[in-house]
Design a protein around this ligand. Structure first.
Ligand code: FES
Ligand code: FES
Length: 973
């Protein structure tokens, strides 16, 4: 290898280094020099997270080879823009405008914005947006609006029209913090490029740390493995160990990740997922072996030499293929449809077929078949994990995990390390949106550490990550709904098939969501429904914000619009007539926990009417304008068996330490915990600077549960209140004042108190009956009413979302910037889901851009979020959950708006320009865009419901859970 000695002027100072000019990128060099504020996400020039300024121009440093960089060039990185003690206005604005969530994109954006302001310190919002589009800066968390807000605020300071104080949130003097935009504690490090994400941790590990690369053959979606040949790989330079399932088993592991069966109708009897493939490849992204070597390059070179001989098996890449009668089983122990959940209500409870009669005899009815895609999460940071044995001999895994404790349950016996010797630590994390609920990557790094007994680091390329990590389950659905002559719904039927891909874990949980959220939040008196879930050979299904409910709304919110049209009623008015009102029940025959629907529709009505008028006025043959509405919502908590713990300690300096596992993935686990603690300790007049958070390390923190199911603020909040009350009681003196730390010690009182909250205390919570779908599994709901305004270019079929409005009810807002962040971010994912995102073609969808990530011009600058703020009776300080409702059904507002604009109903997402254009062509030829042929989902709906009625399973109640995969498996979902 030939190196070049070079000088660069970096952040004002001349610095010398050696590099490989052909291989090294500018990002590689900067990061090796310790300037790890330059983040590498995609590594292929499509995300902008590595942006730096080179000789006055913003560039993406990951694709800038050193051979093309002139010596003594001037480079500005995030570290040269401002430091914690000397922040640039752009950094201050980023922190105070809610532009930082996970923060992984922030350094790249800030550098890019700094470059813009050097050229133009008085940009318009549109110029800011065009700048970020040109420089390919992607943010997956914020929805971009807050980022433009931040640039506009900073520009004012740069021009001298405002001071730093003007753009800084001033803490209230009355200690009333709850609801206010208190800046998140992790924001400062993030905007300065000082937050050490997984790859930064890797660079800062001790020199002896070994590097792990995956052998991910990517040669088939389904195949028998005949031979794994590691002989050549073992002779490669720097190789320490090649690990297949055999080496892991020799080291004591079972290689089998633990699973849990949650549903009485699930047929899975053995865990479906191995850490390293043994005798079969089940999906394209399966890993067969690990190469462990002294350097990352050596590990990757060795992994490339691992050869796999296979015998091809039939590949079932969609639900529709996997459920055909002649399809072979993906997993031998279970039929491909491995679980199902019926829903029967009204006459459907007595005899499901009677629902058919009600529909047939109603004044109007519509039917349709719909498909939602395998939506990829597209976090900018991919998979990166470090593993080592700590000084107390804990196998410590630093990773991205939405449930540090639940990851321990998921590891189970697979690594051969006792559960009480596993320590999971959350790294500063470049977002997740659900994929890190799964611990496959944790197990890979853990396996390498267990076999080699050395510290290891695993960092996948973005493409490896994209094929390895799970995705949202695609759905195929058939449905019908009917109404009377007044537009009042009489009955509905639905049949939904969900593709859970190669592995089963979580499948019997996710399939209960469409059984709860189809036709939410309407009053439907008679229902016959069924949700089935099947294994296929595509990527496995996993959590994604609003887990399982977008598939339901894809069906029901299309049918609602179609029925309104058939009945000749405005779609807003049609929904108004059909929303549930106090006393009405949901499709699971229980009352809604709250009834904010009327109030929310009243808030939206004038906005809707204005949008309709504007759309009419602006509509032209070339640019059709339309307005779409959708209702959505989600549950809060994991139901009747949910539990969370937290602890608060009074420190010797009379500050407070809060311990919890409120996992921070960009959604605000840090600020959420801080807001709750401030509010809980309000009697003490505590200020934010007097609370230190110790979070997300299973060795140090109590188990607050998973960051998912819109549960964390609710559950962790309740646990925080209990802990705070105990501490306050101990500190309180007879005269009502509070003891200091010294006084507590002198009085012999404990200074650290634990709080625990369990939903078992909520009256009436019960799972869905597996025979009828009757049940009430959530103590609260969140609600969203969406309005999308679109323009369709009839020449190309391209849809642009011009404006998006959401009226929500997430209870009382805990931190307005964090809640808005979830709203804007969720809405931007909805738009991407509706128009562009997919992971189906493993070649085309292998990177962020190919998979359809929305860039800034794909998302409207005008996103209006209106909080109804009904204080929740059950939640902490009136808050409910706040995240997933925002991504539940926004895609349907977009699809309904396209139909409203140009008469093209897109039944099979995403609504790409080609699909919309094809629909326009059909209409131009005098035709009508028809739904696809009714999907075959395994058997006819009513036959299956009759079978279920005739053969009921025993309903195990809330305790039903079968651990699979060894004694360490526990209730981890
Ligand atoms: Fe360089 Fe994505 S553009 S990391
Ligand atoms: Fe932009 Fe997370 S804050 S990607």
């Amino acid at each position: 290898m030939k190196l070049r000695k070079m000088w660069l002027n970096i952040n004002g100072a001349n610095r010398v280094f050696a590099c490989n000019p052909e291989k090294d990128s500018l990002a590689d060099v900067l990061r090796r020099m310790g300037l790890t504020g330059t983040k590498v996400g995609c590594g292929t020039g499509v995300c902008g997270s590595c942006s730096v300024i080179l000789d006055g121009k913003v560039i993406r440093s990951c694709t800038k080879k050193m051979r093309t960089v002139e010596e003594y060039s001037k480079v500005i990185t995030i570290e040269g823009i401002g430091t914690p003690n000397n922040l640039h206005p752009v950094q201050v604005a980023w922190m105070n405008c809610g532009a930082v969530q996970c923060g992984f994109c922030s350094p790249g954006f800030i550098v890019s914005a700094y470059g813009l302001l050097l050229e133009n310190n008085n940009p318009t919002r549109e110029e800011v947006r065009e700048w970020f589009q040109k420089h390919r800066n992607v943010c997956r968390c914020t929805g971009y609006k807050q980022i433009v807000d931040a640039v506009m605020a900073a520009a004012k300071v740069v021009r001298g029209e405002a001071s730093i104080e003007d753009i800084t949130f001033q803490l209230p003097e009355d200690n009333e913090y709850y609801g206010k935009p208190v800046v998140r504690p992790t924001a400062l490090a993030k905007v300065c490029g000082l937050a050490d994400y997984g790859d930064d941790q890797e660079l800062k590990m001790p020199a002896e740390t070994l590097h792990v690369a995956v052998a991910q053959p990517r040669i088939a979606h389904h195949a028998k493995i005949l031979k794994i040949d590691t002989s050549e790989a073992e002779t490669m330079p720097g190789v320490v160990k090649i690990i297949t399932h055999k080496e892991l088993k020799e080291a004591g592991g079972t290689n089998m990740m633990a699973e849990g069966q949650f549903h009485e109708r699930t047929t899975v009897m053995v865990p479906s997922r191995k850490i390293l493939a043994e005798d079969k490849i089940f999906r394209y992204g399966d890993v067969v072996a690990l190469a462990v070597a002294d350097t990352k390059d050596h590990a990757r070179a060795a992994a490339a030499k691992i050869k796999v001989e296979i015998e091809q098996l039939p590949e079932y890449l969609s639900y529709l293929d996997a459920v055909m009668p002649d399809a072979m089983r993906v997993h031998e122990d279970t039929p491909n449809i491995f679980s199902m959940q019926p829903v029967m209500k009204g006459v459907g409870l007595e005899d499901p077929a009677k629902v058919q009669e009600v529909i047939d005899n109603s004044a109007h009815s519509v039917s349709g078949s719909f498909h939602s895609t395998r939506e990829p999460h597209l976090t900018i940071e991919g998979t990166t994990v470090q593993a080592y044995f700590d000084e107390d001999d804990y196998l410590t895994i630093q990773c991205k995990s939405q449930g540090v404790y639940s990851s321990i349950g998921r590891i189970g016996n697979s690594l051969g390390v006792p559960k009480d010797k596993l320590r999971i630590v959350l790294n500063p994390t470049g977002a997740s949106f659900g994929w890190s609920t799964n611990a496959g990557d944790i197990c890979l790094a853990g396996a390498a550490a267990v076999v080699t007994k050395m510290p290891v680091a695993l960092s996948m390329s973005y493409e490896e990550h994209q094929h390895f990590s799970g995705k949202r389950c695609p759905s195929y659905s058939n449905g019908r709904v009917a109404c009377d002559e007044n537009g009042i719904i009489t009955a509905a039927e639905f049949d939904i098939g969900m593709d859970h891909g190669a592995y089963s874990w979580g499948g019997d949980d996710i399939m209960t969501k469409p059984a709860r959220f189809s036709f939410f939040p309407y009053k439907v008196p008679h229902v016959a429904g069924l949700v089935r879930i099947a294994n296929t050979n595509h990527n496995f299904g996993t959590a994604y914000r609003s887990y399982g409910s977008p598939q339901a709304y894809t069906l029901s919110e299309a049918l609602m619009d179609m029925l309104a049209e058939k009945a000749g009623i405005d779609p807003f008015e049609f929904r108004w007539r059909n929303i549930a009102r106090p006393g009405d029940t949901n499709i699971n025959s229980y009352p809604f926990r709250q009834y904010p629907m009327e109030e929310m529709m009243k808030m939206m009505r004038p906005i809707y009417e204005k949008a309709v008028q504007e759309a009419k006025a602006a509509d032209t043959p070339a640019k059709r304008r339309g307005v779409g509405i959708s209702w959505g919502g989600f549950n809060v908590t994991e139901g009747g068996t949910d539990s969370a713990s937290a602890a608060i300690e009074l420190a010797p300096d009379n500050t407070f330490i809060k311990y919890d596992t409120y996992q921070e993935l960009g959604q605000g686990g840090d600020i959420g915990s801080l807001m709750l603690t401030l509010e809980a300790l309000k009697p003490l007049g505590v200020t934010p600077d007097r609370i230190r958070l110790v979070q997300n390390d299973t060795k140090l923190c109590p188990d607050s549960g998973m960051s998912g199911a819109s549960r964390t603020h609710f559950m962790s909040g309740k646990a925080t209140i209990v802990a705070a009350e105990k501490l306050l009681n101990a500190m309180r003196k007879p005269d009502g004042t509070y003891r200091t730390y010294d006084e507590m010690v002198a009085a012999g009182l404990e200074t650290k108190y634990y709080g625990k909250y369990q939903t078992v205390s909520v009256p009436g919570l019960c799972r869905l009956d597996p025979n009828t779908g009757i049940g009430d599994p959530t103590p609260a709901y969140t609600y969203c009413l969406n309005l999308a305004e679109v323009e369709v270019d009839t020449a190309t079929g391209k849809t642009r979302v011009l404006r998006f409005t959401c009226v929500d009810d997430v209870g009382r807002v805990g931190n307005i910037d964090a809640v808005n962040g979830q709203a804007y971010g969720g809405i931007s994912h909805c738009i991407g889901f509706a128009l562009s995102e997919n992971y189906h073609d493993v070649k085309k969808h292998a990177n962020m851009a190919g998979a359809g990530v929305p860039y800034i011009l794909d998302i409207p600058d005008e996103i209006n979020v209106i909080h109804f703020e009904r204080p929740d009776e059950e939640g902490p300080f009136g808050s409910s959950g706040a995240s997933e409702a925002f991504q539940s059904s926004g895609h349907m507002a977009v699809l309904n708006a396209i139909n409203n604009a140009c008469g093209v109903r897109v039944y099979e997402m995403p609504a790409t320009p080609e699909k919309v254009k094809a629909g326009l062509n059909i209409i131009a030829a005098g035709g009508k865009v028809e739904p696809p042929q009714k999907y075959f989902l395994g058997s006819e709906l009513y036959d299956e419901l009759e079978e279920i009625k005739a053969n009921p399973v025993k309903f195990g109640g809330d305790d039903f859970f079968i651990p699979l995969g060894g004694a360490s498996a526990e209730r981890f979902f």
